[in-house]
Design a protein around this ligand. Structure first.
Ligand SMILES: [Zn+2]
Ligand SMILES: [Zn+2]
Length: 123
């Protein structure tokens, strides 16, 4: 691999360990019983967090700016951002969860946070 496309890839996108793009990347670290890995591009040195492939989960590749603190990095905001992006944004409605006044996701009764935390929605 002489060239890479890290620069042109978005900050996060749907992907996992079965993605051939990441095959040659060096594994730096892992957590959550190795379901999440920190890998590094052999060409440009960009760090990525990559999910292990799982039939029942939505895997993401996420650019990591500070690999030193990756172990304490919380990817929840990015996963919620992905959810919003994947659903095409927010609707004009208000979340149906009691006591929540956030805007609902497009085509859904709940806001991104409630959908993520309470109903386990990932995409
Ligand atoms: Zn790269
Ligand atoms: Zn809500």
């Amino acid at each position: 691999m002489k060239m890479c496309k890290c620069k042109n890839l978005p900050k996060f996108f749907k992907s996992d360990s079965s993605d051939s793009y990441f095959k040659k990347f060096k594994r730096i670290d892992w957590k959550d019983d190795a379901w999440v890995k920190l890998i590094k591009c052999p060409v440009c040195g960009q760090h990525w967090q990559l999910d292990e492939w799982d039939k029942y989960q939505t895997g993401l590749a996420i650019k990591i700016k500070e690999p030193e603190s990756w172990r304490s990095y919380n990817d929840k905001d990015v996963r919620i951002d992905f959810l919003i992006q994947n659903r095409g944004g927010l609707s004009d409605g208000i979340c149906a969860w009691q006591g929540c006044n956030n805007q609902a996701l497009k085509g859904l009764a709940y806001c991104p946070t409630c959908a993520y935390e309470k109903s386990g929605l990932r995409e």
